[in-house]
Design a protein around this ligand. Structure first.
Ligand code: GLY
Length: 262
């Protein structure tokens, strides 16, 4: 089935404020503890930007037992047909889903669950108008993808599996949807050919961390500090808003990780 529903037009979002335990969040490389005060400021800027873009934002309180719980995207996939509760591959994050489930059930009539034994995290899922792309990564495995594929088939959606480059946390660490035809991606991901058939805008050399952006209605939210990539997007006609992300970046988190959008 060919679908035309825009995957960047939304009315709502869910976010969760970071708590003091965020200093214990997972990270691939330790570049120092995040500064909670600065992270809270960046987080408030992010929520304000979503609201300015038209979002009604459900702001959840910190969850101290789960240091990475601010990265709500990994707990669910939100689609027009309904939501799917994920099954994170990071053991320290598994309990985040039970905390998110009542919120999702209160907002969606149709809620499915990944029951396991496979694992899958929302950061590995890119929803475009024509397909759902899912990256197999250190967190998302073949069994988790198979379970999601069966759920999506019930909803008339096709899933295409991608392999995430070694050393990259999630598929969307390295790509974002800018519009129905256009993807922002790193060269290391795009060179696999996984976006053939789409228009691809590459992040500038050395600015790979800019790839984790979000299009929310008329604005592209991207992490501050990547001037060449921001300029490329502006030249391509996108309205770009840069948000400080230095503290979330220490935990390998970015713009998409911080919200569920629907
Ligand atoms: N620190 C985010 C994650 O590893 O899931």
């Amino acid at each position: 089935m060919t679908r035309t529903d825009p995957s960047w037009q939304f009315t709502r979002a869910i976010t969760r404020r970071p708590g003091e335990s965020v200093t214990h969040g997972l990270r691939a490389v330790d570049t120092g503890a995040p500064d909670l005060g600065l992270m809270l400021k960046h987080h408030a800027d992010y929520v304000a930007a979503l609201r300015a873009a038209g979002a009604e934002v459900v702001e959840l309180p910190p969850l101290e037992p789960f240091p990475d719980a601010l990265f709500v995207e990994d707990t669910a996939l939100c689609l027009p047909e309904g939501a799917v509760l994920m099954r994170p591959g990071a053991p320290s994050r598994a309990g985040e889903v039970a905390e998110m489930a009542p919120v999702i059930r209160g907002l969606f009539a149709e809620v499915r669950e990944i029951r396991g034994p496979g694992t899958i995290e929302g950061g590995d899922i890119l929803f475009t108008p024509r397909e759902v792309l899912v990256g197999q990564s250190a967190r998302t495995n073949a069994a988790g993808i198979a379970e999601l594929r069966a759920i999506l088939a019930d909803w008339g959606r096709s899933l295409r599996e991608i392999r995430v480059p070694d050393g990259v946390l999630h598929f969307k660490t390295d790509c974002s949807l800018l519009d129905g035809q256009t993807i922002l991606a790193t060269g290391r991901l795009a060179q696999s050919g996984c976006f053939d058939g789409y228009r691809v805008i590459l992040t500038a050399p050395g600015e790979e961390a800019a790839a984790n952006a979000i299009r929310y209605n008329d604005v592209v939210l991207m992490a501050a500090g990547f001037p060449e990539t921001a300029e490329s997007l502006r030249k391509a006609g996108y309205r770009v808003q840069e948000i400080g992300n230095s503290e979330c970046a220490k935990l390998d988190g970015g713009m998409s990780c911080l919200s569920l959008r629907f």
